[in-house]
Design a binder for this molecule. Structure first.
Ligand code: ADP
Ligand code: MG
Length: 101
């Protein structure tokens, strides 16, 4: 069975001010197989929303996704994002883009 979504070693940090970087998600991996339901469970603040928003690329502007993080999705994910830098729109094998600012 193929995976609709696959996330490998996702790392997301947030830039807070000029000099402060906080790590919100550290090395999360999971997959959503076809015809199945996956629940992302964790305590408040553990990174569920940030992980989910990473997949659809709707993280806020101060989010920095580690370029080594990899995702693949059967659905177009980059097309909903307003920022530049994502490669391809129907991104079955795309990698997350890192955004420097
Ligand atoms: N825009 C943001 N700027 C800074 N930190 C954020 C931002 N959004 C989320 N965070 C931090 O990222 C961590 C994970 O948050 P979140 O994914 O919302 O947790 P959950 O959904 O599991 O409750 C938390 O420490 C939260 O404070
Ligand atoms: Mg949440």
């Amino acid at each position: 069975m193929s995976d609709l979504v696959s996330v490998r070693d996702l790392r997301v940090s947030f830039q807070l001010g000029k000099h402060k970087l906080v790590e919100a998600v550290r090395g999360v991996s999971f997959a959503v197989p076809e015809n199945s339901t996956v629940a992302l469970v964790g305590e408040s603040g553990s990174g569920k929303s940030v992980s989910a928003m990473s997949i659809v690329r709707l993280l806020p502007e101060n989010a920095i996704v580690d370029p080594a993080s990899a995702s693949s999705s059967a659905a177009p994910t980059c097309s909903v994002r307003r920022s530049s830098g994502c490669g391809g729109s129907a991104a079955r094998t795309s990698r997350w883009c890192s955004r420097s600012r």
